[in-house]
Design a protein around this ligand. Structure first.
Ligand SMILES: [Zn+2]
Length: 78
């Protein structure tokens, strides 16, 4: 499970079950297990500090590169 953090202020945004390898480019909504401080305004997700983090694309959020970091482990890592 990954915890997605705002790159600017390090606030926890949500928990995400990442599958497969590679970078976090999208966050599928069905795999977001816990929602912290992120706010949805229009079609964008913002941190409470006002930074845009991702864009709502219906079934997933397309993440804005450089706007977030993450901690935790990816699944199916052996
Ligand atoms: Zn922030």
């Amino acid at each position: 499970m990954l915890t997605i953090l705002c790159a600017a202020c390090k606030t926890k945004l949500w928990k995400y079950e990442k599958r497969g390898h590679g970078h976090v480019v999208r966050c599928h909504k069905e795999r977001i297990s816990k929602w912290y401080k992120a706010e949805l305004l229009g079609h964008k997700v913002y941190c409470r500090c006002g930074k845009p983090i991702g864009v709502d694309k219906d079934s997933y959020y397309r993440m804005i590169s450089g706007a977030f970091t993450h901690t935790g482990t990816k699944k199916n890592k052996k």
